[in-house]
Design a protein around this ligand. Structure first.
Ligand code: S3P
Length: 172
């Protein structure tokens, strides 16, 4: 039996924080739909995120991201994992605070770097010094993520299920 959520739980935080994996585990645990803004953008465009950035640019991606988040927040309540930049937009933050509960998966820089360093899927990290780029993005974004309703500290010792459990505890 699924839980009736009053609001969609919106996972925010840096790339590599575990938003998708934890979101999926959390949705399964609560018996509610799992929604993922990046996956919806990819589905709608029939292109990867990297291809969208390369072909149409980041502003185009951001406008699609806002449209999709708005639609997902209106359509059904569940667990919504967002891309790492989504919470930076004032418009997105306003929608999320009206229709959802923002939960920041708060991972430190070392953990994030360890997770993203071997992956080539993040267009923002395709620079000559991806670690420096990640650090810059991290420093600029943390003050915004801190505006979330709740935060859950990520730690390499915690499994995905541990993290899902911690989100549940934070929501209670
Ligand atoms: C982005 C993070 C990505 C994706 C896009 C931009 C960002 O999502 O939305 O590459 O601005 O941090 P993840 O956080 O799921 O990697």
């Amino acid at each position: 039996m699924g839980l009736l959520l009053k609001k969609t739980v919106v996972l925010v935080g840096m790339m590599g924080a575990g938003k998708t994996a934890v979101g999926r585990a959390l949705a399964q645990r609560l018996g509610v739909p799992f929604l993922d803004s990046d996956a919806e953008i990819v589905k709608a465009a029939n292109m990867s995120i990297a291809e969208i950035f390369a072909r149409d640019g980041e502003p185009f991606f951001r406008s699609k991201e806002t449209q999709i988040i708005e639609r997902l927040l209106d359509e059904e309540r569940g667990i919504l994992s967002t891309g790492g930049g989504a919470y930076l937009s004032d418009t997105n933050r306003a929608m999320i605070s009206e229709k959802g509960v923002a939960v920041w998966l708060d991972a430190d820089l070392d953990l994030l770097w360890n997770r993203v360093r071997h992956k080539d899927t993040r267009p923002l990290l395709r620079t000559s010094n991806p670690k420096a780029t990640l650090t810059e993005i991290f420093d600029a974004r943390v003050p915004v993520y801190e505006l979330s309703d709740l935060s859950v500290k990520a730690d390499p010792r915690y499994s995905i299920d541990d993290m899902a459990e911690r989100v549940v505890t934070a929501l209670l």
